[in-house]
Design a protein around this ligand. Sequence first.
Ligand SMILES: Nc1nc2c(ncn2[C@@H]2O[C@H](COP(=O)(O)OP(=O)(O)OP(=O)(O)O)[C@@H](O)[C@H]2O)c(=O)[nH]1
Ligand SMILES: [Mg+2]
Length: 232
Amino acid sequence: MSAPEVRSATFVAETRAFASLPPVGLPEFAFIGRSNVGKSTLLNRLAARHSLARTSKTPGRTRGIIFYDLQLGELADQMRSGGNSGSSSSGPLLRLADLPGYGYARVSQAERRSWQQLLEGYAERRPTLVLFVVLVDARRGIEEEEQQLLEWLATLSIPSRLAFTKVDKLTASQRGQLRDTLRSRLPRIPTGAPLLVSGQTGDGIPELWAAILRALPGAASESAAPIVPNPH
Ligand SMILES: Nc1nc2c(ncn2[C@@H]2O[C@H](COP(=O)(O)OP(=O)(O)OP(=O)(O)O)[C@@H](O)[C@H]2O)c(=O)[nH]1
Ligand SMILES: [Mg+2]
């Protein structure tokens, strides 16, 4: 499995309030997770660009929702349709949304409230939202916040996919243990099979791309993770 060619990746907008979200356009894939989990690094890796999204060792780097539009090459069309598509010269267009990280202590109450409102408005009322990719640090595992987030998205019927980041920091046996733990917990995780990824090494990126492309409207359905259309 390989990742599709990303023909272009462009910054669209950064917004801190629901009222100033950019006009709806391409199908959107939102990346959410604890501060410092590696959201921006993963977006750069997906886009195959070094510095599209700003990354930082200091938590709390991304403060608003930042949107990027991607134009993919034709391999993406083949991945979407399970390999039977014709030979079109360019692939699909889609939008990635980098959300601010939660759980960062040095953020004021006011900023926390405004971020919460932005997230709720975005999740509940964005018609082009396709999928939430919920990122979890592979060394921390799923904590209370992630469990609540997954359950909240499920109550809104918003499809979500869990991805464990920074798996390059795990030994092979720790990765095996994580997979075993996830398999035993799966019935309690309201999402498709979790992905193991690394923005640093590119591990799991083709699988993450496959999940994104199969969730795109009009794509062949993915049997491991049925996609429920977002009714909002
Ligand atoms: N080893 C390793 N380090 C990573 C990986 N992804 C991110 N990092 C490091 O983790 C730190 C945070 O990465 P970011 O991508 O900025 O994290 P973020 O989730 O966007 O953070 P906020 O915007 O603050 O919420 C940086 O020092 C990255 O270099 C990864 O896959 N492996
Ligand atoms: Mg970030």
